[in-house]
Design a protein around this ligand. Structure first.
Ligand SMILES: [Zn+2]
Length: 135
């Protein structure tokens, strides 16, 4: 990493290759957490290993946040890991967003610091590779 490489907006966004989210997984019970933990909230064990999160998932809950620029705030189930995220690249209304909708991880520019270094945030967007069945 150089001084000009983009930096992830959160520590659990890994930009070293294809962007991915990484959890701290409890070595005793397997519970997964975003961000550093001193102890597992499920079993109190104190050792963790990094575990990547599947890049695709389904919307398990969402709300349209209204305002000048409405947006979609969602809980995305990525193979059993719940990720709270904004869903972008979609019209923020109930005609375009629905429960169980397949989505995939994406990144966006979250701005630049005073030195011009870019911060990268994560979001989800509708899957481009999966066929979606209409309801
Ligand atoms: Zn545990």
């Amino acid at each position: 990493m150089t001084d000009t490489d983009p930096i992830p907006y959160v520590d659990y966004l890994d930009l070293s290759g294809e962007p991915q989210l990484v959890t701290q997984a409890c070595t005793q019970c397997g519970a997964q957490f975003f961000g550093r933990r001193n102890a597992c909230a499920a079993c109190s064990a104190t050792t963790f290993v990094e575990k990547p999160v599947q890049r695709t998932g389904h919307i398990s809950s969402f709300t349209i946040v209204s305002g000048k620029t409405p947006y979609v705030s969602a809980i995305v189930d990525c193979a059993g890991v719940s990720v709270r995220a904004t869903v972008i690249n979609v019209e923020a209304d109930a005609d375009h967003v629905h429960l169980a909708m397949p989505v995939q991880l994406t990144t966006y520019s979250a701005g630049h610091d005073a030195d011009g270094r870019e911060a990268i945030g994560y979001a989800f967007e509708p899957q481009t590779t999966a066929e979606e069945t209409s309801i």
